[in-house]
Design a protein around this ligand. Structure first.
Ligand code: AOF
Ligand code: ZN
Length: 356
């Protein structure tokens, strides 16, 4: 009974948290509610990166209408309240100051400066802390943030489009167009949701894509090109629009304008590149091809999600075969005009909760 009550209020926190989508990264999305006598007396969420945390908005909201009830209420938060002085003071201290007797959290915060210290601080001050109610859901809500902090690499989403017979590209220099206008827009939404997009040099040259998110509103992702030689023609369209371009190469390259070369060892290419991306605080990357680059991520087991767009009728007589996933679990499929969009997750990766 109590478990159901806790779950319901935590689900409300998740809903609130998502109102911050697109505005809080690289911080996690967080929502909070204050409950007295099974009624919500305050709500809040982390609205914008660098600004007040969810708990602050929630307590301020309750202060307006029910200041006297706060010290008798339970605070629900989708994430462990912070214990560090970041851009804002610790939320754990605010909770203690307001003498809130009980806090129910979705999951602990894997950020090194917090990582259990928020819970510890609350318990040391006599606040009852309830955990493990909807832990996996709470972590999934911020899958990019937790992957980044726990695995020290970005959350990796593979994406490709294929014909009905699994052909991803032509054998010659022609670009193979598979997706409809609707799916293209969806892909631009996906690009907007991630910190970076990545393609191999061959795709960059053959398709000459802009690699931007012009058909969706929001921040443009950083463009990443994987090019062993580092030789990329300066006229490529991807160099012409705003976002910075990172070229991962095994050679020395000359930085120019928005273009930056990062040299990594050939022997350890993928891991070294992911370490660099972690250093650069890029929490997620959408890998858009070609087949060879996608396959190298799959073979290394370095992927979290795959989004495969399959044309429902188009058949190619010949061409480059799409890669094959291993250990995948199908999460959902949806049809957009001519295309079926299937989302898979990597079954071997999962978040680690505070109980191991
Ligand atoms: C919370 N409540 O709503 C959020 C938290 O630089 P700052 O001060 O914004 O701190 C950022 C870190 O705080 C972030 O990496 C994460 O660990 C935590 N985010 N914590 O108690 C919130 N957004
Ligand atoms: Zn905080």
């Amino acid at each position: 009974m109590e478990h159901t009550v806790h779950s319901n209020y935590l689900r409300r926190c998740f809903q609130l948290a998502q109102l911050g989508a697109g505005n809080v990264a690289p911080n996690p999305m967080v929502g909070a509610v204050l409950v007295f006598d099974d009624k919500i007396i305050g709500e809040g969420y982390h609205q914008r990166y660098g600004e007040a945390h969810a708990e602050v908005h929630c307590i301020n909201n309750a202060l307006k209408s029910h200041p006297d009830l706060i010290c008798h209420s339970t605070l629900y938060v989708s994430l462990e309240p912070c214990s560090h002085f970041g851009k804002t003071p610790p939320c754990a201290d605010l909770i203690i100051q307001h003498r809130i007797p009980k806090v129910v959290i979705g999951c602990r915060d894997s950020f090194e400066a917090v990582n259990g210290r928020g819970v510890e601080r609350l318990r040391n001050a006599g606040v009852a802390v309830v955990e493990h109610i909807l832990e996996q859901e709470a972590m999934a809500l911020n899958k990019r943030f937790f992957t980044f902090h726990q695995l020290k690499r970005p959350y990796i989403i593979l994406k490709w489009a294929q014909t009905k017979n699994n052909v991803i590209g032509s054998n010659d220099d022609e670009r193979l167009l598979i997706t409809s206008a609707v799916t293209n827009r969806l892909v631009h939404q996906w690009r907007t949701e991630e910190a970076a997009i990545m393609v191999g040099a061959k795709t960059a040259v053959k398709d000459d894509p802009l690699l931007d998110n012009r058909n969706w509103y929001g921040n443009p992702p950083v463009k990443i090109i994987v090019s062993a030689s580092g030789n990329l023609p300066g006229h490529l369209k991807l160099f012409q629009s705003g976002a910075p371009v990172l070229v991962f190469t095994t050679q020395q390259g000359k930085d120019e304008g928005q273009k930056r070369f990062i040299k990594v060892a050939a022997s350890d290419f993928l891991d070294a590149m992911l370490r660099e991306l972690h250093q650069l605080q890029l929490q997620s990357v959408l890998v858009e091809g070609g087949a060879q680059l996608l396959k190298s991520f799959i073979d290394a087991g370095l992927w979290d999600e795959a989004r495969v767009i399959t044309h429902t009728t188009m058949v190619a007589a010949s061409g480059v075969q799409a890669p094959r996933l291993h250990n995948e679990a199908l999460l959902q499929t949806e049809i957009f005009l001519t295309d079926e969009v299937a989302i898979y997750k990597n079954n071997t990766n999962h978040f680690i909760g505070s109980d191991g």
